[in-house]
Design a protein around this ligand. Sequence first.
Ligand code: ZN
Length: 564
Amino acid sequence: MVDLPSSPAALKHATWPDVEALYRSVLNEPVAPGDGEQWLATWSRLEEVVEEAGTRAMIAYTCDTSDPLKEQENLRWSAEIFPRASELQVQLAKRLLKLGFTRADLETVLRGMRTDIEIFREENVPLFTKLEELVSEYQKITGGLLVDWDGESKTVPQLQPFLKSRDRDVRERAFRKQAGAYLEQKSALSALFDGMYTLRDQIARNANFRNFVDYSFAAKHRFDYSPDECRAFHRAVEETVSPAVERLMAYRRKALGVEQLRPWDTAVVLETEAPPVPFRDVSGLVQPAKRIFRALDAELGGQFDLMAREGLLDLDSRTGKAPGGYCVKLSHRGVPFIFMNAVGVPEDVNTLLHEAGHSFHDFAAHRQPFIWQRATGHEAAELASMSMELFGLRHLGQPTGYYTKAERDAAEIEQFEDILQSLAHIASVDAFQLWLYTSGKGGDPDARDQEWLTIRNRFERGLDWSGLERERVSRWYRQLHIFEYPLYYIEYGIAQIGALQLWRDSLREPAQTLERYRRALALGGTQPLPEIYRAAGARLVFDAEGMRDLVRLVEERIGELRAQ
Ligand SMILES: [Zn+2]
């Protein structure tokens, strides 16, 4: 009988040898015929405590990065324990497959494990380590970018508010500073990408794949769609989304009263003079959110209340907190945790709705018995979060939500305008990444920049880029996914189109749509992706026909709101 730690707290100070001993005891435990399920339950419980112990260290560190002890503990888990655990997990998966134990709701999990084992190559381990080093080099360079703003030194994210300024000169200056910061580092970033490209190509070949795209589809468990369907997705965006964005840009040009719409004119909000202030403190963020989730669904409302009550929300921006926002699950306790840096801007409201969508997914999927059944790919995870952003729209106005009627309408227009613009951007990034790893020219710096311009011209319409070619090129160097998470991006597009289908249904039948949403979330990872979407009442859309109706609906909605 394996002696497992009773809770993640018991592993707080664990080192790799402690954790390794636990894995080995599960690996070596004798299993009588017919006892496969029990053995799997033991392994699952071990993963729960190990994963939560690491997650707790990560939460503690990101909430207080100034504490060296917390930094050390987090590093021990992320850099020492987890990478080594992954090798033993491959061995445990092999044992599971050998035991031959299965059941219907484990099939998709086992398919993933089988693939992980098939593509695993010992000789790729050091190549992944080298890639990690290049990634941290990218993070170091881009994280350290500073620009001079009226004598003050600012980071690139700190320039974002100026891109929304009513003053066109301020917007242009912010745009040029941002692009300039990346252009200064262009040759260094390009050299980094050369190194990444060579390593990725080698990794794919070592695992007997033709190219890194085919390898990545296997590694990402993309069993239900192919690179060709991604290409169809790009064509569908080009046919349906890009013309809609072009119309929005024409409206924008008139509303701003400018001759030509320039790239620094796309973010300024047309409907309100100044951006609204949705809340003043954390309570002002949390209380309306509670009301919104309760208005949507009693069970979801109860779950969010529980998170607020049990300290599972850390939302305010404080010195010492890591930047950004995330939702992470505590696998042993069976509850999620949301981290944010809210400062009182409308984006914070969207972020909270988004992360709450992930947390509802975690609550629902935790009812699955084994830890692997509770995890899904990003295509399903982002369906949960992006749908919640759209479900929330109708409740954003007071007294339930944050805004006056005019502010709420403006927020909805902005959300939908962003969705259409971002779909065009997603198609660009995905088309570019497929080209990088299949054209044979991904290692040629000039060819890369040239191809990015060609692709941008294809998807991005209605803007005057004359004289700004270099600035336009700089955009792909800023897209960290291309460097850090290769080929990860199309998931957002697939999920966004899925979320639009749920939003459309929610206009007709809100309660039933929420019911289907919860049912889909509760499947966790026990079903293939198309089945999860089907349970939510949606489908995976790669075709122009499917996309066209949704784009039309979004455009009509924007028109309606503007006509009021
Ligand atoms: Zn998300």
